[in-house]
Design a binder for this molecule. Sequence first.
Ligand code: ATP
Length: 511
Amino acid sequence: MSRDDKFKKVISHAKEYGFVFQSSEIYDGLSAVYDYGQNGTDLKNNIKDYWLKSMVQLNDNIVNIDSAILMHPKIWKASGHVDAFNDPLIDNKDSKKRYRADVLVEEHISKIENKIHKEISKAKKRFGDGFDLEQFSTTNPRVLGYTKKIKEISKKFNEALEKDDLKNLKKLIEELEIACPVSGSKNWTDVKQFNLMFGTKLGASADSATDLYLRPETAQGIFVNFLNVQKTSRLKIPFGIAQIGKAFRNEIVARQFIFRMREFEQMEMQYFIKPGTQQKWYSKWKENRLAWHLSLGMGKENYRFHDHDKLAHYADAACDIEFNFPFGFKELEGIHSRTDFDLSSHEKFSSKKLKYFDPKSNESYTPFVLETSIGLDRMFLAVFSKALCEEKLKDGTERIVLKIPKILAPKKIAVLPLLKKDSLPELSKKIKEEFKWEFNTIYDEKDAIGRRYRRQDALGTPYCLTVDHQSLKDGTITIRDRDSMKQERMKVEEIKLKIRAELDIKSWLNS
Ligand code: ATP
């Protein structure tokens, strides 16, 4: 299956099974805005919970806050967003379509990278077990040519980005003969900077209203509350403040489903540290965050770090954790060493002291900050797209199954009476009542049992409990595992113990 086909399947499955809907669909939708359905909301909440537990509940020195979306407009001046939160945009004069100039170049580079991957897989097939990747990549003339090309383009690209040189960025697009995917033409406008913040107004009358912005990141709500939290919690440096909340960006190109939305959610944590210790904490949080991702068992090979060459105005080191989405490796989470930029800047703009008094050394200083910032919706897409599988079964039939990490699955258990008669529904409902206190449990009696299993597979429900005539006699029920499809007969209490053990967050996070 091609990457495009896989991605289309992900989107249609998300809609068909109540995970993600286009926002305002009956009015033909609102571009790059999405709603989460009944199952999507459960999955999203479970991801939040997994993040919050590991980040806050398990760390004595990290607390959670919930700051407002609307904030004083000076905050965005201080943070640099008014002046620097821009993306370079370019229009194609024939199709009138708008693109991010940097993304056009990145996609061009990706295409060359794909050519390298194709050469490698062809060679792998040809040479079989004797294939040596290192040797092939450093000697094959075609691969060497592609690699050289990428290096040359990247050099020019990074230079243009570092200097905000929009003229050279356009020149590069022309040199590379990048064409508009819609019109096929190379008739481009100049590159312009475009600010991504959404503006809004506060106040009743037009003349007295104040211009505000919808926050483009949750981080600033943490910085401006830094002293409030520190003083009321009495936390000592190093300590962290976490927050999950909505952020808004007027993205220029928004064509990748929930990967790039105009309204989305972030899970951020700002870790306040002593100046000079940032390298140590940067490495530590890179390690911690990767371990968190790997604990979900979605394959080590699907993650990689990407170190930033061009650093944001506030950072002295930064990297992304990239995930292998259906459209290739892309940013899932950012880890940034933000220095004291934000606190110092807020101190200047607000004229209020934002210093930390260190009781040990008896000195006051502006803490440095280490940030981990993950998009909840991107995490959702990572989990959902990796989970969606089409499997050929031994009997020749096929099934579609969502192998979502069990701890994140929207519904954990489906209780199914084998038949809709002979008191089986009554006993099943009783069992459902018992499980629902501890696990998200549903009851389903419609259709033949095989179809019900398929339905639960497609929803990602890890356990189906089937109640049959033997259950009436000896109280045992059959538990069917979503992934192995293995069925075992057990007592209700044994099943509880098994599920409890398999969904135990301690085992997941320590795996
Ligand atoms: P990108 O380079 O993809 O635009 P970014 O570097 O601007 O992302 P950050 O500002 O570091 O992103 O935000 C932190 C996280 O928030 C990202 O790693 C991503 O997971 C998420 N995120 C950012 N923009 C969006 C968006 N438009 N839609 C969904 N998630 C987003």
